[in-house]
Design a protein around this ligand. Structure first.
Ligand code: ADP
Ligand code: MG
Ligand code: ZN
Length: 457
């Protein structure tokens, strides 16, 4: 198996035929670290490697060490490596390495601290003890490489890193194919479309989606799992389960206008993510939801796309103001989203003229900005003004568009009140907006933090 496709690819071929490598004087890697978000399949991959290499596989999850009685961690490590050496060529797999491998010292004062340190030291000792000729390869996995003790990452230890990324659209399609193998699917189910509508989801999420859809289908006495089961399962996973809550008629109407505001702007804005579903069924904290997901994975955003998204997220509040002349507290999460997007545009992506192409907010996980002193107070104040300017301009635009399309807003809200949930076609029909294909994303800006879908409350 080749783990990792491009750079840093490691083949476990050397375990099957170590001589071939040794003849050429190649150093066989000792430690390979798999990193990536939870659920991307690191544990699965390690097991697949073991199967493919056809060598003995010794595995332990580091979190198990922590639960062990004091004093056994280090000796357990010693045993594990002794066994592996006897059985060589072989693989030792340490899952969730961060549980013991986090940076030593610091502020940790909990009782397991010494224990953890001893266990970690034993791992380091074992790895240093290899000459590289034993044919023991140590594989480890972690969701949080950034907290690992630097000693673990030094040359001769875990010096090969393989990043297991969230799958792209074709990858998601393949993963869905794997997990629907034993599931009878109705003819209207398209794995292609499902893969397109689930950007940001990792293997574990997709497996969960298939399972939820199958559960729903069973509850509904379907003989096969249909597209509606999948779409409801997705909605449930993303938005939470519907809540039994009786809204009074006024509140319901206001919610319908709020959601219709989001949805209509989504339908009318060129290049906006397609509106998949609009609903005034209360879920979790919110009274309604508008679900928009991209046509395909976006890897960058243009300024105009982001402005459109801010405008759409303000559509709920704008509709309320337009129809009722005041607003409710219902737009809180909309405002959070809008503020975060505008801050990123100004502070990170150089999308404000006044600030220019200057990074004011450090990128996530990079605590220290390049400029150690950080932005000046003046720049920061200017940034705040710019954020406000962007949001206010988008709000005006939302209000203007909805005012101009007031009759369509009324129709959409009325349809929503009657049906409570509308899908893409129904919403477009109700509003009398012709369906259009979304335009490509384009642009070179980094994507905001992975967000599978964007419900606005
Ligand atoms: P990690 O160790 O990265 O947190 P796991 O390997 O435990 O993730 O994945 C959890 C489950 O999700 C797997 O058992 C598998 O069912 C599913 N899964 C994750 N990634 C994939 C994938 N690439 N292909 C198929 N199934 C996957
Ligand atoms: Mg795992
Ligand atoms: Zn809203």
């Amino acid at each position: 198996i080749d783990v990792g496709r491009a750079e840093g690819a490691v083949s476990v071929d050397f375990l099957r035929d170590p001589e071939r490598y040794r003849r050429l004087g190649a150093q066989i890697p000792r430690g390979v670290l798999l990193t990536g978000a939870p659920g991307t399949g690191k544990t699965l991959l390690a097991k697949a490697v073991a199967g493919e290499a056809q060598v003995p596989f010794f595995s332990i999850s580091a979190s198990e060490f922590i639960e062990m009685i004091v004093g056994v961690g280090a000796s357990r490590v010693r045993d594990l490596f002794d066994q592996a050496k006897k059985a060589a060529p072989s693989i030792v797999f340490i899952d969730e390495l961060d549980a013991i491998g986090r940076t030593r010292g610091g502020t940790a004062t909990f009782s397991g601290h010494d224990e953890r340190e001893q266990t970690l030291n034993q791992i380091l000792t074992e790895m240093d003890g290899f000459t590289g000729n034993e044919g023991v390869v140590v594989l480890a996995a972690t969701n949080r490489p950034e907290i690992l003790d630097p000693a673990l990452l030094r040359a001769g230890r875990f010096d090969r890193h393989i990043v297991v990324n969230a799958p792209d659209q074709p990858g998601r399609r393949q993963i869905l194919a794997v997990h629907t193998r034993g599931v009878p699917l109705a003819d209207d189910v398209s794995l292609e479309a499902l893969a397109a509508g689930t950007p940001g989801m990792v293997g574990a999420d997709l497996k969960n989606l298939v399972n939820e859809a199958a559960l729903l289908a069973a509850r509904r006495n379907h003989t096969r799992v249909g597209a509606d089961d999948f779409s409801d399962a997705l909605e449930r996973i993303v938005l939470g389960t519907a809540r039994r809550l009786l809204l009074d008629p006024d509140e319901k109407e206001r919610t319908a206008y709020h959601e219709a505001g989001h949805a209509l702007l989504g339908l009318l804005t060129p290049g906006a993510d397609p509106v998949r579903k609009v609903s005034i069924i209360p879920r979790g904290e919110s009274l309604g939801a508008t679900l928009q997901t991209p046509e395909s994975d976006r890897h960058g955003y243009t300024a105009s796309y982001l402005r459109g998204r801010i405008t759409g997220a303000l559509g709920g509040r704008a509709a309320e103001e337009l129809v009722y002349g005041d607003v409710t507290t219902g737009a809180e999460s909309d405002l959070e989203l809008v503020t975060a997007l505008a801050r990123h545009m100004v502070g990170r992506w150089g999308m404000s003229e006044a600030i220019g192409p200057v990074s004011v907010i450090p990128a996530e996980g990079r605590e220290q900005p390049f400029d150690v002193t950080g932005p000046s107070t003046r720049t920061r104040e200017l940034g705040d003004t710019e954020v406000r300017r962007i949001i206010e301009a988008c709000y005006e635009e939302a209000l203007g568009t909805l005012r101009e399309h007031r009759d369509q807003l009324d129709r959409l809200a009325t349809a929503l009140l009657a049906a409570e949930t509308l899908d893409e076609d129904q919403a477009a029909d109700a509003a009398g907006v012709p369906r259009r294909r979304a335009e490509g994303a384009g642009g070179l800006q980094p994507a905001p933090a992975a967000e599978p879908v964007s419900p606005s409350g």
